[in-house]
Design a protein around this ligand. Structure first.
Ligand code: SF4
Length: 334
């Protein structure tokens, strides 16, 4: 069974690749991954996607194009929900259809639905369905999935120990040896935070400025859920629950020196989560908060200037403890 399954390096890639890669390896299925996002992938994606889409979806199209002539199947699961009683952005649910309707001449797409809203074991059922589609027995698929879950737990524990997912997956090393003295929470969707081309290398830039990057994936998700119960009503979106859980954790523990929110221009969820996050940080802390919005027109020089100014503020504060920012203490309600 020398089938080659292509996995596009976009959307939930930096969240679930280690799980699925291990699953396919355990079955004996060969996998290939699209290149890291580059100018060509970005431009191809933008050209093939409707203008209204957010940048991560456009980039995903570029990754599909990069793989389409090299794989027997494309693995694009239909993620509907990845946690109980919550949904994720509907663009994930429509992704396989969007790809099919947009790009001609594709190999068959494995688009098994993953919907954990009602049943957390749905992911195992999805794996069985994928195995069946590739000609494997129920027993083989269950075995492969159980081993994959173990590998995925190991990967998660490395991330909880402050290793960055894209460095684990891409096997890349730190590019700077600057001493890291400032802890920066870089908040955003996995596809914005860990895709170095899409975010114009923000993690390396933070490190070059002396920052240690902390991301949402490094937090204990059970803890984030508990903290998010402070919201007036539960979030409909899983990402929003976790992002605001992170913000409440920062408010409670003040364990970071600055917060950078990385958002996608045109993202419905970011449009209100970033606003809720900013209000809470400004109301309850003196921690500097910066929003960087990404789209295909974002310029690197503009981002560099904003980051430098942000770090100047942080360093100035370290030297002048008890400083209160020029806008004063925020007075509006959360
Ligand atoms: S959550 Fe936002 S950035 Fe992510 S796919 Fe949906 S619209 Fe795009």
């Amino acid at each position: 069974m020398n089938q080659v399954v292509g996995i596009p390096r976009g959307m939930f890639f930096y969240k679930y690749y280690p799980l699925w890669k291990s699953f396919f390896d355990n079955l004996g299925v060969l996998t290939i991954v699209s290149d890291q996002t580059n100018k060509q992938i970005l431009n191809d994606g933008v050209k093939h996607c409707v203008d209204e889409s957010c940048l991560p979806v456009k980039v995903f199209m570029g990754h599909v194009l990069d793989l389409k002539d090299r794989a027997d199947y494309l693995f694009i699961p239909r993620y509907t929900s990845i946690s109980r009683k919550e949904y994720i952005c509907p663009k994930f649910g429509g992704l396989p259809d969007l790809v099919r309707c947009t790009i001609k001449g594709l190999p068959p797409i494995i688009d098994t639905e993953i919907n954990m809203r009602k049943d957390k074991d749905n992911s195992a059922l999805a794996a069985i369905e994928v195995g069946e589609q590739l000609g494997y027995t129920l027993y083989q698929s269950v075995q492969a999935y159980q081993l994959a879950v173990n590998d995925y737990r190991l990967y998660r524990s490395r991330v909880h120990n402050y290793e960055l997912p894209h460095r684990i997956i891409n096997n890349s090393k730190l590019t700077t040896l600057n001493p890291k003295t400032l802890k920066i929470l870089l908040l955003g969707h996995v596809y914005n935070v860990y895709d170095s081309c899409l975010n114009m290398n923000i993690i390396s830039k933070i490190e070059q400025n002396g920052g240690q990057v902390i991301t949402l994936e490094m937090f204990d998700t059970r803890q984030l859920r508990l903290l998010a119960q402070q919201l007036d009503k539960p979030m409909f979106w899983q990402y929003g629950t976790y992002a605001l859980g992170c913000i409440y954790s920062v408010i409670q523990q003040q364990q970071v020196d600055g917060v950078i929110y990385l958002s996608s221009f045109g993202c419905g969820i970011d449009s209100f989560v970033e606003y809720m996050a900013e209000r809470r940080i400004r109301q309850h802390t003196n921690i500097p908060f910066l929003i960087i919005s990404l789209d295909e027109h974002s310029g690197e020089a503009g981002m560099n200037t904003r980051l430098e100014a942000f770090f100047d503020t942080l360093k100035w504060r370290c030297r002048n403890e008890n400083n209160i920012s020029s806008y004063g203490q925020c007075v509006y309600d959360s």
